[in-house]
Design a protein around this ligand. Structure first.
Ligand code: MG
Length: 219
């Protein structure tokens, strides 16, 4: 398991903090993704029909019906993230939940996207009032969360909609509290059941008190 050097550089810029650590994915945890992305695709002449929990293989050119290749999906995703301020709103309940943690936890947003989109996402989050530190990674999330925790052994909670990210954090931070939260719960139908040590939460209203409990603070 290797570290993303740019993510490590971003982490090194953060002030030292020994409060309980709450690390959050962004797309479909803090910001809506899978609901606005199809609307963006439509505007560009493509259609998304989810038949599995992935984008490649499920996006077709509307005019021809041709399923587009991975490289084209990557380009469209890049364009979407460049224009995210026009498309991505806050996941229902997220802002209130995060505000509710107050200063009892260090809250960090950890998004798996090319580093070049960090500035656009930063300014969008700021415009939405979500001024928590934002880190980007192009590699596995687990090593980044371990580095964020530091040496203090403080409580760690990690929230993501992608099972492989939860697994990555489990491998790097064995005692992290893991929460599987999906902005669109209908997508769970495409996933195998998550492992028993991962808490499944339906929305931020359910997640907030359980996360507070896992962080060792009262909500
Ligand atoms: Mg996500």
């Amino acid at each position: 398991m290797s570290d993303d050097p740019e993510t490590a550089r971003q982490i090194a810029e953060l002030a030292a903090d020994d409060r309980p650590l709450l690390v959050l994915d962004v797309d479909d945890v803090v910001l809506e993704f899978i609901r606005p992305f199809p609307r963006f695709l439509e505007a560009r002449g493509y259609g998304l029909t989810l038949a599995s929990f992935r984008l490649t293989g499920n996006i077709a050119e509307t005019a021809s019906g041709r399923l587009i290749e991975q490289a084209e999906v990557t380009t469209l995703l890049g364009d979407f993230f460049d224009a995210q301020a026009d498309w991505q709103s806050i996941t229902e309940g997220a802002a209130q939940a995060l505000a509710g943690f107050g200063d009892r936890a260090e809250i960090i947003l950890l998004t798996a996207m090319p580093h070049r989109h960090r500035a656009a996402r930063r300014s969008h989050l700021d415009a939405l009032g979500l001024n928590y530190p934002l880190l980007t990674t192009e590699m596995a999330k687990g090593p980044a969360v371990a580095k964020l925790r530091g040496k203090s052994g403080r409580p760690v909670v990690f929230v993501d909609d992608q099972p492989h990210n939860l697994t990555s954090v489990r491998e790097s931070v064995a005692d992290a509290g893991l929460f599987h939260l999906m902005a669109d719960n209908s997508l769970r139908a495409f996933l195998p059941p998550v492992s028993e040590d991962i808490a499944v939460v339906q929305d931020w209203h359910e997640a907030a008190p359980r996360i507070a409990n896992a962080l060792g603070s009262k909500s």
